[in-house]
Design a protein around this ligand. Structure first.
Ligand SMILES: [Zn+2]
Ligand SMILES: [Zn+2]
Length: 365
């Protein structure tokens, strides 16, 4: 079938919206008509080939839409179902079976391979040339996407479908880091470094689970203001003050938890150094491969923990419906982060996201 999709043809090049031919769904695939798709930092990292997914390529990994057709082996979803598309995992390795699909043995190939596991590519362009896809097993920057049963999460039909796509990656990453991974108790303290869409999702989640001190750190005063509206009890702009000194003063010596969402090694060090004993620092910011960090070994030795967190440690089939109920109850207002764009305006949406004007662009095909 003919579809419209945004294609990256060269490193650093703008997206071009093209007509492509998409394969028919195979027995284990579903065809989803996309109604909304969030733009995530990882899309830009791959456009710029920070991860070397082959080009030309259709990106997009925060899609939401309506199931149009299902292959013969698809059992749990049917045409007309509303779905949020999340990351891919195999379902049968030890980590998947242990409820940790974000750490699937084949996570990289399935999400960043640019093709199906058998090496086939799902699109042809107007000249009959193959175009890569299957990004996070969806490539949802288009009117339609081929996905699997495992990464299409059925959601209720009485919530705005076009809003829900970002739950599949960025929003669940920030919220899950708090709710699933760090699990701060009621009355605890946390410092969150970086208040983009991931950090602000963490702020909202920290408030929802009962943290009573939520310190947000960012260079952008506008974002800090929004962080306060969403639940931060204190904010720090590192340009104006000594961040560590201030966190220690505000928290009586250090916070119990911290979360690093900026990908900067110096910020990660602060996120560890600002902990009291014992304390746990979560790392969700993705830095270029090979990035190293300097830590005082004794800071960690004295009972502090540093742990990495992928996709918020979430099982999407379980966690995304939970976030939707939290949103419905008014306790997780992630709609405050969103601005809608037409798919044809994808380059404007990306520019607004990169400049920080907009926290979470959502494209509507
Ligand atoms: Zn697996
Ligand atoms: Zn993402």
């Amino acid at each position: 079938m003919q579809i419209k999709a945004a294609v990256v043809r060269e490193k650093f090049a703008p997206f071009t919206v093209e007509t492509l031919t998409l394969d028919e769904p195979r027995a284990d695939e579903l065809l989803v008509r996309i109604v909304g798709v969030g733009v995530c930092h990882t899309d830009m990292v791959v456009r710029d080939q920070g991860y070397p997914v082959p080009l030309p390529l259709v990106l997009g990994h925060e899609g939401s839409g309506i199931v149009e057709r299902v292959g013969a082996n698809v059992k749990t979803l049917k045409p007309g179902d509303h779905v949020v598309l999340s990351y891919a995992s195999c379902g049968h390795c030890a980590n998947c079976l242990s409820g940790a699909p974000g750490y699937c043995d084949t996570f990289y190939e399935r999400n960043f391979g640019g093709q199906r596991p058998d090496g086939s590519k799902p699109y042809q362009d107007g000249h009959g040339h193959a175009v890569c896809g299957c990004f996070f097993n969806q490539s949802s920057f288009g009117t339609h996407a081929l996905v699997s049963e495992r990464n299409a999460i059925k959601i209720p039909k009485d919530v705005p479908l076009e809003l829900m796509g970002p739950l599949g990656c960025g929003i669940q990453t920030g919220a899950g880091a708090i709710i699933n991974a760090l699990k701060p108790g009621v009355g605890s303290s946390i410092a969150i470094f970086g208040t983009g869409s991931v950090g602000l999702s963490a702020v909202m989640a920290a408030k929802a689970v009962g943290c009573t001190q939520i310190i947000a750190v960012d260079m952008n005063d506008g974002r800090l203001e929004l962080a306060r509206e969403l639940g931060a009890t204190e904010t720090i702009n590192p340009g104006a003050t000594d961040t560590l000194e201030q966190i220690r003063a505000l928290s009586g010596g250090g916070v119990q938890f911290s979360l690093e969402c900026t990908s900067h090694p110096k910020v990660l060090r602060q996120a560890v150094d600002c902990l009291r004993i014992p304390g746990v620092c979560g790392l969700v910011g993705a830095a270029p491969l090979g990035t190293e960090v300097a830590l005082d070994m004794n800071t960690v030795l004295f009972g502090r923990t540093l742990r990495g967190i992928i996709e918020g440690d979430s099982v999407p089939q379980v966690f995304i419906p939970q976030l939707i109920e939290l949103w419905r109850a008014g306790r997780f207002p992630f709609d405050r982060l969103v601005k809608y764009y037409d798919l044809n305006d994808i380059n404007q949406a990306v520019a607004d996201s990169e400049s920080g004007v907009v926290l979470k662009p959502i494209l509507k095909p």
